[in-house]
Ligand binder design. Structure first.
Ligand code: CTP
Length: 404
């Protein structure tokens, strides 16, 4: 999402200014082109040289500097930017923006632009709680700025409370969302993700290698596009994506119950979870002792969740996944028809850069009209957007979603 995006990062003078260095590194790594404007106070906390090195571009600090990369930097930077990011934003810059003060390069540039702008406040908790600052934040939101909530925790001034700069992944997520067109507004998207765990006793279970990355990428992409998203997740190591309603489950039976409770209002259902097909017939209350011996484990089938929805649904889009080690497309086509899906995303465990745990995937999208789209290797986030693009095409053909 940030690939080739032009981001102008404004850094103001608070102790969190040092975090702008890491933020810039992450933005550049994500493919963004970053230009930095620093206020005079910001340079007391971090040097332009650091920012120049990390952003791989010039750093702007002076309204009246001789022309460099850009003539009239305040106008040119405003034209250049796809988005502005103010991190950290002090109470002072928030006050100036709210009152229309333009007395340095950053405030003048911000006055001269109308691009999406993300403001990340960071200051002492009492400063943040000050009614004037709160009023100014409200005003900025009314003027169309996206102002993030500060994080809560330990502050540099040895107190604890609200006022920390939001964590970098949370800022990146908010920026991606700001840059994403909202073509899923009004949609209710239900995503399942991750593996399930089928317990044998209090310490042992049967599971699979699913990391949940594909499902989490789908939930995030749908939310960035404006959907209201419910994510039903098996045990995964990742934090819940911001802004998504998450329901954590462990077993296939728990996932089944959660999906059955939530699927009726969904207009799009994406079943990315790797649900265990079988579970132990009984779960021992006590740890199974080696000394007692184990003759075998009797397994019973779990409900096929997507097949149950496929049998019930009337309209709306049902998307499944097929992870195969052989006969990828043939097996995927069979699953698509057997489980009455509208679309299946086939990926092979045999291809380098695809499958469990990787950050990339190589998939073929197959829909119930027989259309097949083979996608090159791309990030799971890019795959997620391509899946959602195709869901939209199918929705147009089917008309508005209606479910029993
Ligand atoms: N699925 C499900 N409930 C199950 C098993 C699978 O909802 N109990 C869904 C998965 O979320 C996925 C699709 O069905 O979207 C295909 O999953 P897969 O495991 O590939 O299919 P199976 O029917 O279990 O076939 P097999 O394991 O024999 O390949």
């Amino acid at each position: 999402m940030l690939v080739n995006k032009k981001i102008v990062l404004g850094i103001t003078g608070g102790i969190a200014a040092y975090k702008a260095a890491e933020l810039t590194r992450v933005l550049v790594k994500a493919g963004a082109q970053v230009r930095v404007i620093m206020t005079k106070s910001a340079m007391e906390f971090i040097t332009p040289l650091t920012m120049q090195t990390l952003s791989q571009g010039p750093v702007y600090t002076d309204m009246f500097a001789p022309a460099g990369e850009f003539d009239m930097a305040h106008i040119s930077l405003a034209d250049f930017a796809d988005a502005f990011l103010i991190a950290p934003a002090t109470g002072n810059i928030i006050g100036k923006l709210a009152s229309g003060i333009a007395d340095d390069l950053l405030t003048t540039t911000l006055m001269a632009q109308n691009k999406p702008t993300l403001v990340c406040p960071a200051m002492n908790d009492k400063m943040l709680a000050n009614p004037v600052v709160q009023d100014n934040i409200k005003k900025l939101r009314q003027y169309g700025y996206e102002v993030m909530e500060s994080a809560v925790g330990e502050l540099a001034c040895k107190t604890s409370g609200a006022g920390r700069l939001p964590d970098i992944p949370v800022i990146i997520d908010a920026l991606e969302s700001l840059l994403t067109p909202k073509d899923y507004e009004g949609e209710e998207v239900l995503v399942t993700a991750g593996p399930t765990q089928e317990p044998l006793d209090p310490v042992r279970y049967i599971t699979n290698l699913s990391s949940g990355k594909m499902g989490y990428a789908l939930a995030t992409a749908a939310r960035h596009r404006g959907a209201s998203v419910t994510l039903i997740s098996g045990p995964c190591a990742m934090p819940a994506p911001p802004g998504v309603k998450i329901i954590n489950v462990r077993t296939a039976l728990e996932m089944h119950e959660a999906v059955m409770k939530n699927f009726t209002k969904a207009t799009v259902i994406v079943k990315a979870a790797a649900v265990a097909d079988y579970r132990p017939e009984s779960v021992s209350e006590e740890k199974i002792k080696k000394s007692k011996g184990l003759a075998g484990i009797r397994l019973v089938p779990n409900p096929d969740i997507i097949a149950e929805i496929g049998a019930k649904k009337t309209r709306g889009i049902l998307v499944g996944f097929a992870m195969e080690t052989q006969e990828l497309l043939a097996n995927a086509r069979l699953k698509l028809a057997r489980k009455k899906m509208d679309m299946i995303v086939a990926n092979s465990l045999r291809e380098e850069g695809a499958g469990f745990g990787t950050d990339t995937n190589i998939v073929t999208i197959i829909d119930s009209n027989g259309k097949e789209i083979r996608l090159d290797k791309m990030t799971k986030s890019q795959v997620a957007h391509r899946i959602l693009d195709h869901v939209k095409t199918l929705k147009k053909k089917k008309g508005p979603a209606k479910r029993k």
